[in-house]
Design a protein around this ligand. Structure first.
Ligand SMILES: Nc1ncnc2c1ncn2[C@@H]1O[C@H](COP(=O)(O)OP(=O)(O)OP(=O)(O)O)[C@@H](O)[C@H]1O
Ligand SMILES: [Mg+2]
Length: 494
C-alpha cells in the first residue's frame, strides 16, 4: 500500500513542505476523529490541467464512535463527480457541509474542510458520519463537537497542525484517556469522566470545572508555554507516591491568539511501574552474572592456594589447568554481565580467551602470536560457555604441543554461516601424526573438547594436518539449531 507521502507526491504533485504539513496532520488527527465521533478522510487532487481526480491520502477511524468503513480505502482514486462535496471545498476554498445518500436508507453527513498552508488549499479533510438522529447529545458530545469545529477552523486558517510540536516517544494520549477543555484564562470549562478520575488520583477531589488548570498540579507552566508558543506541549508529572500522569496540551488558536486549550491526560502510573520493573530485572540478571564470575574467581584463587602447597609438579600442573579452564568460563560471565541479553557476540570473547592462554605460555624464547579472523555472530550464553572451554583447550594444545623448538602463529578463524558456526584453530607448528583421530585421544583436553562438541552441542570436531604445509587445523562445527537461545528468532513466537 502506498504511503501518504508517496500518494501526495505521486498523485497530487505536492512538494516536500506541503507533504510535511499533511504528515504533521496525519500524526495528530486521531484527536480530531475522536472529537467528532466520525471517520476522517483526507483527499488531495491532481494539479490543474489534468483530469483533477481525487486521491484518498489517509483515513482515521474514531475510537469514540463506530466507523463507517471497514475496508482499507487509502490510495483509492475518485472521479471528481463522485465526490462533489470534496471538489466544492477545493473550489470554494471554504468548508462545505452536505448529506450524501449511500444505499436506500442510509445517508452520510459530510463536512469537508480545506487544509490550508500559507493561504493555499493543499488538501481537503472530510468528516463523515451517519446522519445523526434528531436527539440532543450529551454535554460531552456537544463539547467535543464544538472543539472539533474550533480545530476545523484552525485547519482552514493554517494554524493546525502546529509547527515545532513536541512529540511523545510512546503513543500520544487519545481523547478517551481523559480530556480537559480550558478557556483563555486558564480555567477548566469541561472535564471528561476519565479526566476527572485522573485528577482525583493526583488529589484534585472536587470542583474540577471552574478550577484553574495551573492549580491541578499537572504542570503549571504547560498552559502558558502552549499559549505563548502556539504549539502542542507535553508534560509528565510523577508524585512521590509514584502516581504518574502524562498531559498533552493543544492550544486552540484564532488568528494567532490562544482562545483556550484542550489537555489530554493519561494516567501512566502502571506503565511507569512496569518500565521500572523491567529495568530492575535487567539489572538483576547482570548482577547474577557478575556474582557467578566473582565466585569462579574465588574458586580459582582457592585452587591456586592449594597448588602452592603441593610438592608434586604433576599435581600442581593439573590444578593450574583447572584454574585456566575456570578462567575461560568466567570470561563468558564477565561479558554476559555487561549486557542484559542472553546472547553474546562470541567474537568479542575470543581475545580475552587468548589472553587466558597467553598467560600460560612460559617461554619467551618461543613466542606465539595469535590472530583472529572472521565473525562468529551472536551465540546463546550457555553455548558460549561450552565453546569458550573448547576454544581454550584447542589454543592451549597449540601452545603446548605445536611449538616445541621455536615460536609460531596461531590463527583463529570464525565463520558464521546459515547452517551453523565453524571455529578453526590453525597453527604452523610441528603438526600431528598422519591418521591422528580425536576419538582415540586419551588426554583430558581433547576428551573435554570431544564430549562438549559432540555431546553438548551436537556438533563435530576434527584435527587434521595443514594441507601442503606444516601445522595442525582443529575444526569445530556447531549446527545452527544450537545457536538460537530460548528466545531466539527461529522459534515460533506463539
Ligand atoms: N596443535 C597441536 N599440535 C601438535 N599436537 C597436538 C596439537 N593438538 C593436540 N596435539 C596432540 O594431541 C594430544 C592430545 O591432546 P590433549 O589436549 O587431549 O592432551 P594434552 O594436551 O596432552 O593434555 P591436557 O590437555 O589434558 O593437558 C597432545 O598430547 C598432542 O600430542
Ligand atoms: Mg591439551
Amino acid at each position: 500500500m502506498a504511503t501518504l507521502p508517496e500518494l501526495a507526491r505521486g498523485h497530487a504533485a505536492l512538494d516536500e513542505a506541503r507533504v510535511e504539513h499533511l504528515q504533521d496532520l496525519a500524526r495528530v488527527w486521531g484527536l480530531l476523529a475522536d472529537l467528532s465521533f466520525a471517520d476522517l478522510l483526507l483527499y488531495a487532487r491532481k494539479p490543474a490541467g489534468s483530469d483533477r481526480t481525487l486521491v484518498l491520502l489517509g483515513h482515521m477511524r474514531p475510537t469514540t464512535g463506530t466507523t463507517l468503513y471497514r475496508a482499507a480505502l487509502v490510495g483509492q482514486v475518485f472521479e471528481p463527480r463522485r465526490r462533489p462535496l470534496i471538489v466544492e471545498a477545493f473550489e470554494a476554498d471554504e468548508a462545505v457541509e452536505g448529506i450524501v445518500d449511500v444505499g436506500s436508507d442510509r445517508s452520510v453527513h459530510v463536512t469537508a474542510v480545506p487544509v490550508r498552508r500559507h493561504g493555499e488549499t493543499i488538501a481537503v479533510l472530510a468528516r463523515e458520519r451517519l446522519q445523526p438522529a434528531d436527539r440532543p447529545g450529551s454535554e460531552q458530545e456537544r463539547t467535543y463537537l464544538t472543539v472539533f469545529d474550533r480545530f476545523a477552523r484552525m485547519l482552514e486558517r493554517g494554524e493546525f497542525p502546529y509547527h515545532d510540536e513536541e512529540r511523545l516517544r510512546h503513543r500520544t494520549p487519545r481523547v478517551g484517556d481523559g480530556l480537559l477543555l480550558v478557556d483563555a484564562d486558564g480555567r477548566i470549562e469541561f472535564a471528561s469522566p476519565n479526566a476527572v478520575s485522573t485528577l482525583h488520583r493526583i488529589g484534585v477531589t472536587r470542583g474540577v470545572t471552574g478550577a484553574r488548570f495551573d492549580d491541578t498540579g499537572l504542570g503549571s507552566s504547560m498552559l502558558r508555554s502552549a499559549f505563548a508558543r502556539r504549539t502542542a506541549v507535553i508534560d509528565e508529572m510523577e508524585r512521590p507516591d509514584e502516581v504518574a500522569v502524562v498531559s498533552h496540551c493543544f492550544p486552540l488558536l484564532d488568528g494567532g491568539t490562544a482562545t483556550g486549550a484542550i489537555v489530554l491526560v493519561r494516567d501512566v502510573t502502571e506503565l511507569r511501574r512496569r518500565d521500572r520493573q523491567l529495568v530492575s530485572k535487567d539489572a538483576t540478571i547482570r548482577e547474577i552474572h557478575h556474582r557467578v564470575k566473582n565466585n569462579l574467581q574465588t574458586i580459582s584463587s582457592l585452587l591456586r592456594l592449594q597448588a602452592r602447597r603441593l610438592s608434586s609438579d604433576e599435581a600442581r600442573a593439573a590444578l593450574g589447568e583447572s584454574v585456566r579452564r575456570i578462567a575461560a568460563i568466567s570470561v563468558v560471565h564477565e561479558t554476559l554481565a555487561q549486557s542484559a541479553e542472553d546472547d553474546l557476540a562470541f567474537t568479542e570473547i575470543v581475545r580475552p580467551l587468548v589472553r587466558v592462554v597467553e598467560e600460560s605460555v612460559s617461554s619467551p624464547l618461543r613466542p606465539v602470536s595469535f590472530t583472529v579472523e572472521g565473525d562468529a555472530g551472536a551465540v546463546p550464553g550457555q553455548v558460549s560457555t561450552t565453546m569458550a572451554v573448547v576454544l581454550t583447550e584447542l589454543l592451549q594444545n597449540a601452545v603446548d604441543h605445536a611449538f616445541p623448538v621455536e615460536g609460531g602463529t596461531v590463527r583463529i578463524q570464525l565463520d558464521r554461516r546459515t547452517d551453523g558456526l565453524s571455529v578453526r584453530v590453525v597453527d604452523d607448528g610441528v603438526g600431528i601424526s598422519e591418521g591422528f583421530d580425536v576419538a582415540d585421544a586419551t588426554g583430558l583436553g581433547l576428551t573435554i573438547v570431544r564430549t562438549s562438541v559432540e555431546g553438548e552441542l551436537g556438533g563435530r570436531i576434527r584435527l587434521v594436518p595443514v594441507e601442503g604445509g606444516s601445522g595442525t587445523v582443529a575444526e569445530v562445527w556447531v549446527p545452527s539449531s544450537r545457536l538460537v537461545g530460548p528466545w531466539g528468532d527461529s522459534r515460533d513466537p506463539l
